[in-house]
Design a protein around this ligand. Structure first.
Ligand SMILES: [Zn+2]
Length: 127
């Protein structure tokens, strides 16, 4: 167990589920990738961060030294990969009206929690 995890436990902070989920289409509203859209490939509820496909690409310059026989390095040179973005930097794109929107959570008649687009009032999740 890492010390960082233990610290968060002690503070008693409640980790809420994110309003953005894996598979959602989001639009970046801040930073160098502003205006770009991409699919969420991973969420980090504790950090309030999401990993978006093709967004916030960082370039690692992997050097070919330290190649060991046990872990053969497949990628050398420029390795590009996305870095997690803070949730406040992205907005969900509504699959119904195709606009970036805020989300309301509402209950269906049979008590299921579904996310609703605040612009077109349609359900974002399938019921
Ligand atoms: Zn909508």
């Amino acid at each position: 167990m890492s010390t960082a995890t233990a610290k968060k436990r002690q503070s008693g902070r409640v980790v809420r589920p994110l309003k953005i989920r894996k598979g959602d289409l989001v639009e970046v509203i801040a930073g160098k990738d502003r205006g770009k859209r991409g699919k969420v490939i991973h969420t980090f509820p504790r950090e309030n961060r999401v990993l978006v496909d093709g967004i916030n690409i960082v370039v690692r310059h992997q050097k070919p030294r330290s190649v060991s026989r046990a872990t053969p390095q497949t990628q050398t040179g420029r390795v590009e990969k996305p870095a997690p973005l803070h949730i406040s930097k992205v907005m969900l794109v509504c699959p119904r009206c195709n606009q970036r929107t805020r989300i309301a959570v509402s209950l269906t008649q049979d008590g299921k929690r579904v996310r609703t687009c605040k612009k077109c009032k349609e359900y974002i999740d399938s019921v």
